[in-house]
Design a protein around this ligand. Structure first.
Ligand code: FAD
Length: 290
């Protein structure tokens, strides 16, 4: 198996989330089966995102790495973890051959408090000082929802990447111009880390409003029009969402993006349709880049 860092560029990566609570792992492995058949460059597994389980990330990431022979990226958060709690998690991942960690602050559950790590950068420094993982981190084309300004967020991002981040993955966005502007700002601030664009296909009006309230992404008029026109019909909405995400990805690929990270929402049929739509484009880019 080729490691993520040996794959041809631009890379295509998928994100999945574990089932809620102790949940049934059979369904997530059925999702992984379908996604693996699309031969992504890496599959990432969330950790407690949106209130989902923190329990199964290690198990799922380890299976992806070993049983599916696809590089796995395990998300881990400051939220929910002291140094003593994170060490066994990191050791198990390392023992299981997982090489990549997406180190995040995470969002706190109601009444929860951060323990030994206040920011993702603290977690990154800790991991780098004791383990041999490649580190991924998050970035925000429209700034992080808590940041006062884009300048402030970029300053914090520079500090974070200076801790030894290998790859940045962006929050979802629906307007590529915002991503391009952010990327220019990051480069101007001296951030040279590859930036992978996070794309979430729109599948329903309720999904959009949930995501937007969580991360504050702008919903352009074009997307609002799609929701108004097709939101009442799930099949039509899905078709339109796949078409919109495909157009976003083609535009990003044509401007030399480092990679695309698809928030699959555990819906492999959508990932499959999008992968088929961009297969030829990806092939030609990879040949060109050599
Ligand atoms: P940080 O980089 O720590 O930044 C958080 C905030 O603090 C920002 O506003 C930043 O500007 C500010 N800041 C940073 N450093 C400093 C400093 N030294 N002083 C003052 N302010 C500072 N959440 C989950 O719970 N589980 C997941 O699996 C998950 N996966 C994700 C995957 C991706 C690709 C992305 C983009 C997000 C994901 N999230 C996940 C959400 C993420 O945890 C939240 O957005 C969280 O609020 C911030 O995490 P971070 O790692 O970006 O935080």
């Amino acid at each position: 198996m080729r490691d993520y860092f040996e794959q041809a560029r631009p890379t295509i990566t998928f994100e999945i989330f574990p089932p809620k609570g102790s949940g049934d792992l059979a369904s997530i492995f059925a999702t992984v089966d379908a996604l693996a058949s699309l031969a992504p460059d890496l599959i990432s597994v969330t950790y407690g995102a949106g209130g989902t389980s923190r329990e199964n990330t290690v198990e799922i990431a380890s299976q992806i790495q070993n049983s599916y022979a696809i590089p796995a990226l395990a998300h881990l958060t400051c939220a929910g973890n002291s140094k003593d709690q994170i060490d066994p998690v990191l050791r198990t991942l390392s023992d299981n051959g997982v090489k990549n960690i997406l180190a995040l602050r995470g969002d706190l559950a109601e009444g929860e408090r951060l323990k030994d790590f206040s920011y993702a950068a603290d977690l990154i420094r800790y991991i780098k000082s004791r383990y041999d993982f490649r580190i991924f981190a998050a970035c925000y084309p429209e700034k992080h929802i808590e940041a006062y300004s884009m300048d402030e967020d970029i300053r914090c991002l520079k500090e974070k990447t200076d801790c030894g981040v290998d790859v940045l993955i962006s929050q979802l966005f629906f307007d590529n111009e915002l991503f391009f502007r952010f990327r220019d700002q990051a480069r101007a601030a001296g951030i040279e880390t590859p930036i992978i664009a996070g794309i979430m296909p729109i599948t329903s009006a309720s999904q959009i409003s949930r995501m937007v309230s969580m991360c504050g992404a702008t919903v352009p008029e074009k997307v609002q029009k799609i929701i108004r026109a097709f939101g009442h019909n799930s099949m039509a909405m899905k078709e339109a969402g796949i078409a919109y995400a495909t157009a976003q990805i083609v535009d990003l690929l044509s401007t030399g993006v480092d990679g695309i990270h698809l928030y699959t929402m555990n819906q492999p049929d959508i990932a499959k349709r999008i992968s088929e739509n961009i297969r030829g484009i990806l092939y030609s880019l990879r040949i060109k880049r050599g």
